[in-house]
Design a binder for this molecule. Structure first.
Ligand code: NAD
Length: 346
């Protein structure tokens, strides 16, 4: 029996988590069991902490974790000692050892007009950003005096090796092109990153590796995004480049993501967007990023590529036939979007 831990979280989270469970249930039938756990702000309200031991244990025991979104004004605070919903996110990534963040960017032809770029530039774009998630400057030592501050950026060769392998494996399953993004003309961490990536490349002779400086990559993502396939980069560069790449699609309500650890540990699958407190409770949230996250869970978390492709095709077809929720300029409700996609699964 396959088990999926479901973390609905806050805001629109429960409104999009329930339909995703429905869709996964439809695709996997009785072979799957869902267990729901309280997480984020909802967990703070119930237990005083964003991530309880019970939720963590439930996620560890599952084959994959499906998360909607956390946070909201109710838990915004300037009190450094008060619990915050985002602590749940950081906690679960750390506890599950999720070091690889995978964000596919595949603008859907029916939505080209929603992008800030011209259709002829985004046409044919189908890329994935693989971001190292647990090392680098975000986790290095921090210092602060009245007149200076510093953040240490450090990586071990093992950390670079394992993220590089995730990216090479992925590139090997796709078109076989990998861009490794660094700032090797300036940074020592980048020079070592580049060296390790080239050592790993020897194990993947079928993958074509290209080194790209981060500033150049930022420009090329806007000028010719369709030239990229898989992009692998360190934590800070990946944070910025994945948000830049996300804008190619024109709507945040469309983007899925996966965070993966070592084989054998459950991956975490979630939409890129937040809990959208401004529209929570109105029944108008776009469930498609959540559905596409469920598709990533099927492919990368459970090894079910056929069901993943069926779900992605259903989303594409619904959009091609005109499905538009409010964030896409239309008037379809969440329930109407769910019915539309569910009806196309077979
Ligand atoms: P957000 O992504 O929640 O919302 C940004 C805008 O996009 C809003 O106008 C919202 O209505 C819209 N939007 C987002 N998802 C949508 C969807 N599925 N359908 C329709 N419209 C959608 O970002 P924000 O407003 O900056 O943050 C709101 C809360 O979410 C904050 O508490 C923030 O900390 C949290 N957050 C959580 C995560 C996460 O759980 N991984 C990520 C980002 C932000």
């Amino acid at each position: 029996m396959t088990t999926i831990a479901v973390l609905p979280g806050d805001g629109i989270g429960p409104e999009i988590a329930a339909p995703a469970v429905q869709v996964l249930g439809e695709l996997l039938g009785s072979q799957v069991e869902f267990t729901e756990f309280v997480f984020g702000g909802a967990s703070i309200d119930a237990h005083g902490t964003a991530l309880t031991d019970e939720t963590l244990a439930g996620c560890r025991a599952a084959d994959a974790v499906l998360l909607a979104a956390v946070g909201g004004p109710k838990w915004d605070t300037t009190d450094p000692n008060a619990p915050r919903p985002e602590q749940g996110l950081l906690g679960i990534r750390k506890e599950l050892g999720l070091f690889a963040n995978i964000r596919p960017v595949r603008p859907i032809p029916a939505l080209y007009s929603a992008s800030a770029l011209k259709p002829e530039i985004i046409e044919g774009t189908n890329l994935v950003v693989v971001r190292e998630l647990t090392g680098g400057i975000y986790f290095g030592e921090k210092t602060r005096t009245a007149t200076s501050a510093s953040d240490l950026c450090s990586y071990t060769t093992d950390e670079v090796d394992r993220i590089a392998r995730v990216a090479f494996e992925l590139a090997g399953r796709r078109s076989g092109k990998l861009a490794s993004v660094d700032k090797a003309n300036v940074l020592e961490t980048s020079r070592q990153w580049r060296q390790v990536v080239h050592e790993v490349a020897a194990d993947y002779p079928a993958v074509e590796l290209e080194d790209v400086l981060v500033d150049n990559c930022a420009m090329q993502l806007i000028s010719r995004p369709s030239s990229f396939d898989v992009i692998v980069t360190e934590n800070l560069f990946g944070d910025i480049l994945s948000d830049e790449a996300a804008m190619l699609t024109g709507s945040i309500g469309m983007l899925p993501s996966a965070s993966l650890g070592t084989p054998g540990t459950p991956g975490l699958f979630e939409p890129v967007h937040g809990s959208a407190p401004d529209i929570a409770g109105q029944g108008i949230a776009n469930p498609l990023a959540m559905f596409l996250s469920a598709a990533m869970l099927l492919r990368d978390g459970l090894g079910r590529p056929v069901e993943a492709a069926a779900l992605e095709s259903a989303v594409d077809a619904a959009l091609a036939d005109g499905l538009r929720t409010a964030d896409l300029g239309g008037s379809a409700t969440t329930a109407e979007a769910v019915t539309d996609v569910l009806g196309r699964l077979h």
